[in-house]
Design a protein around this ligand. Structure first.
Ligand code: SF4
Length: 439
């Protein structure tokens, strides 16, 4: 088989990173090897993200550069994949005439066949929605200790700011036997942490046999042999069941960590966002989880400057963040996305400078929450799964890893213990990480 080289540039979330690992695996099967250098590649793939305008612009500017490369290398193939591809479809071929293949998110598993077609000179668009149809896929995982494993895809919620239901389609669960086979393989390859991925993991199994839900799946995975950890992201606040909370408490491998996007602390804004809860409900959910799961970490997402958000409504978000003592939050200013409901409220858009200023205040509160959260663990003994080893410029040797509840810990250590579980005493708390010593 001819040895060709492929380079993939991935933008956006973990789901996209996981898709890239799958693309590399499938392409290896048809004679492509991975390269880190786009200049030596025979095929360039941009795996796009459409969650924010900035990310979409970045994708087009990147393929613009690649289009110029094609002038001196006419056989170079350019693939435009991911969420922007799903949304843009045919129009991308017009906008970027050097693109050979537009690959939608739900057509990932057809990549090998589609590549054969573009190698024969066709220009192809494949973006129609369809259910999961995967066979025994090869996955070229990024080296490390954590394996990302998608369990479901899509979303039925249609929050008014969010593009995901348009780019990833409606909720679809992967078959449990495929998930378990993938996890067994990852464990056999030495991965020590399995993170289950889905836009709304609580919906897992709704389209499968009765009884096959997230808790059930966690039990199947927990029963696999060996010492490893299990995490899952993302939860929709009101969809988290007591059964899942019980599972986290009972199962030794499932970590004490929930990522529960709140988006705003103001009831009126939440309603405009089409989120199905108010502040009091979200607080009740957090309090309930905290009262049941010892040392649980709860992280969240927030948007600053949603259309029509008043200063007072924004301050309710700041208040919520502090009152809930969230351990960490991803923050972003509102970015209008075509097709979404909120994008049409142009007269309610918040000026850029106000959004920037609100985001800065949100980040300031986030930093304070993180530091407060980290300080809770001073003096505590915790189990850390080591993720890497580095020799710093000053000669210090340090291992870095995470606790079960997802806190990053730096530990002085002479040896590379990557992939090992070590017990650590926490000696110092910083905003973004903890320091510890081996015990
Ligand atoms: S639940 Fe999440 S993925 Fe679904 S529409 Fe809302 S923000 Fe987007």
């Amino acid at each position: 088989m001819e040895n060709k080289k492929v380079y993939i540039e991935t933008l956006g979330c973990q789901m996209n990173k996981s898709d890239a690992e799958r693309m590399y695996g499938m392409l290896e099967h048809i004679g492509y090897t991975q390269t880190e250098n786009p200049k030596e590649a025979d095929m360039l793939i941009i795996n796009t993200c459409s969650i924010r305008q900035l990310s979409e612009d970045k994708a087009y500017s990147q393929i613009g550069v690649w289009g110029k490369m094609k002038k001196s290398k006419p056989n170079l193939k350019i693939v435009f994949a991911g969420c922007v591809a799903q949304q843009g479809g045919k129009s991308i071929l017009k906008r970027a005439p050097y693109v050979d293949l537009v690959l939608g998110t739900q057509r990932l598993y057809e990549l090998p066949n589609l590549v054969k077609r573009i190698e024969n000179g066709e220009r192809v668009v494949s973006v129609e929605e369809k259910p999961f149809e995967e066979s025994d896929i090869q996955i070229n995982r990024v080296k490390g200790i954590n394996a990302w494993v998608p369990i479901m895809e899509g979303c039925n919620n249609f929050c008014t700011y969010c593009i995901v239901p348009y780019t990833r389609g409606r909720e679809r669960s992967r078959k449990p036997e495929l998930i378990l086979a993938e996890i067994k393989k990852a464990l056999a390859e030495g991965y020590k942490e399995i993170t289950l991925l889905g836009q709304n993991v609580d919906s897992y199994g709704k389209d499968l046999e009765e009884g096959q839900n997230l808790s059930w799946l966690l039990r199947q995975i927990n029963a696999l042999e060996g010492k490893f950890r299990i995490r899952f992201v993302t939860n929709y606040p009101t969809d988290i069941t007591d059964e899942v909370i019980d599972t986290v408490i009972e199962l030794d491998k499932v970590c004490e960590y929930f990522h529960i996007p709140m988006q705003s602390g103001d009831d009126y804004v939440l309603k405009k966002m089409n989120r199905r809860y108010d502040y009091a409900t979200y607080k009740k959910i957090c309090d309930h989880i905290r009262s049941r799961v010892k040392d649980v970490t709860i992280t969240s997402d927030f948007i600053a400057g949603f259309p029509g958000e008043t200063e007072e409504q924004f301050e309710n978000t700041l208040k919520a963040m502090t009152e809930l003592e969230l351990d960490y939050s991803n923050t972003a200013s509102y970015s209008p996305r075509e097709k979404t409901v909120a994008a049409k409220w142009v007269d309610k858009y918040i000026p850029e400078d106000v959004k920037t200023e609100r985001l800065a205040r949100l980040n300031e509160h986030n930093r304070a929450c993180c530091l407060k959260s980290n300080k809770k663990y001073l003096g505590r003994e915790m189990e850390v799964l080591v993720e890497n080893f580095e020799v710093r410029k000053n000669g210090d040797k340090v291992i870095t890893g995470r606790t079960r509840n997802n806190k990053i810990v730096h530990i002085p250590c002479d040896r590379d213990l990557t992939g090992e579980f070590v017990n650590v005493k926490i000696t110092n708390a910083r905003t973004w990480y903890l320091n510890g010593e081996l015990i």
